[in-house]
Design a protein around this ligand. Structure first.
Ligand SMILES: C[S@@+](CC[C@H](N)C(=O)[O-])C[C@H]1O[C@@H](n2cnc3c(N)ncnc32)[C@H](O)[C@@H]1O
Length: 254
């Protein structure tokens, strides 16, 4: 069955945890906690995970004692998160318009969620939402695709083969640059193979925005944040360069 669907639809969501089984969520949560310690002002107890997906970070942070709320617009991704039986709460919603009526000590947008907000108005609305859910001095942490590296390296075609408990997955990702809009449009094609037969096939197209340092500083300032740190993801130790596609930001609510 071939399906051309919205992003993170049923079939892609079903494959998501298998596709990213090599992503080290534990190490990323260690980094998140380090960010809380290094840049936080006051205790960090309540964490909002925007674009939480299948709960990779939310579930680990909840297990470590944080009070976590995850928000995502994909019911299928959220269903997988909820199935994990975590104390984290998961809410269906759009980042821009969600209004939980509560505030948090920190907010996350992990695994390039910021890049799914493609137009300026989308990014501004998302950052406004982050800000209204944070207490003063609350932290915002997010990894994103770094413009200078995307332009220097340019997107290429990548093939990933994954052995999972439900057969083998093959994913081809082909990216195309739309430099006028600061977008890399990635076309994913995924096949699930069981006993040498293709049993499922899904295609999704993900327009991903990449960002530049000064642009983020401006966008964050306009939304009521101070940009505190830009560093190479996933360690934050090094300064971003044309070689570092994945970069993270730490911002503090003013
Ligand atoms: C690459 S996944 C990352 C999921 C999770 N943060 C992780 O690290 O595994 C991106 C997620 O962001 C969600 N997302 C993107 N834009 C969104 C928006 N505007 N509102 C709600 N969810 C959004 C998608 O539905 C998807 O689940």
């Amino acid at each position: 069955m071939t399906q051309q669907s919205r992003v993170f639809g049923r079939d892609y969501a079903a494959a998501y945890d298998d596709l990213y089984q090599d992503k080290d969520y534990v190490a990323e949560c260690d980094l998140i906690e380090r960010v809380f310690e290094m840049y936080g002002q006051g205790p960090t107890r309540r964490v909002l995970d925007l674009g939480c997906g299948t709960g990779g970070h939310a579930v680990i942070l909840a297990k470590r004692g944080y009070d976590v709320v995850g928000v995502d617009r994909s019911p299928e991704m959220l269903a997988n998160a909820r199935a994990l039986g975590s104390s984290a709460r998961f809410e269906l919603g759009e980042i821009a318009s969600v209004d939980l009526g509560e505030t948090f000590d920190a907010a996350l947008m992990m695994f390039a969620v910021l890049g799914y907000q493609v137009g300026n108005a989308d990014v501004q609305a998302a950052l406004a939402s982050v800000r209204r859910h944070l207490r003063p001095s609350g932290l915002f942490f997010s990894d994103f695709w770094y413009g200078p590296a995307v332009l220097a390296q340019r997107p290429s075609e990548r093939v990933k083969v994954i052995d999972s408990s439900h057969g083998q997955l093959i994913r081809v990702a082909a990216g195309e640059l739309d430099a006028r809009r600061d977008l890399c449009v990635v076309r994913y094609h995924v096949w699930r193979i069981e006993e040498r037969r293709i049993v499922a096939e899904v295609r999704e197209q993900h327009p991903m925005r990449y960002f530049f340092g000064l642009e983020l500083e401006l966008l964050l300032a306009a939304a009521g944040f101070e940009l505190t740190r830009l560093g190479v993801f996933p360690t934050l130790d090094d300064e971003p360069t044309e070689q570092t596609w994945n970069v993270a930001l730490v911002a503090r609510a003013i």
